[in-house]
Design a binder for this molecule. Structure first.
Ligand code: HEM
Length: 105
């Protein structure tokens, strides 16, 4: 018998056994260590993303600049998220963005 297995990150990322209320935005859930091979945005094992540390550092720097140097707001406050096949904001999440006047802050 020939068996094919399709594995996706959704299997564990949306499993309430590992992530209670998986649909809710709750960054604090990561304060507790996650079991190995449960949260895999960068893959895992020998094919683990070759530059996941660079990617995480870039995201960290980007987020830091966004909250310290700029004021910004969402154009669509309740923009739906589509899954096709990865989650993405339906309209590309446009924002209004302004550089902060750091001298007066
Ligand atoms: C948020 C950013 C990123 C995400 C979510 C991501 C995610 C992934 C995932 C899921 C894989 C596949 C792992 C597997 O096959 O099991 C992968 C592989 C890979 N990624 Fe990334 N990645 C990111 C950024 C980057 C960056 C910035 C680089 C390079 C500068 C990079 C280079 C690679 C390479 C070379 C592989 C293939 C590794 C291999 O097959 O041996 N990635 N990444």
């Amino acid at each position: 018998m020939h068996v094919q297995v399709l594995w996706t990150t959704y299997g564990t990322h949306y499993d309430p056994q590992y992530f209670p209320n998986p649909e809710s935005f709750d960054p604090n859930r990561f304060e507790e260590a996650v079991r190995p091979y449960v949260y895999l945005p960068f893959g895992g094992g020998p094919r683990l993303c070759a530059r996941f540390e660079l990617a995480k550092m870039q995201i960290l720097v980007f987020m830091h600049m966004m909250v310290t140097k700029y004021d910004w707001s969402l154009v669509y406050l309740h923009e739906p998220i589509t899954i096709d096949p990865l989650p993405a904001p339906l309209y590309g999440m446009p924002i209004n963005i302004y550089e902060r006047n750091t001298k007066s802050n």
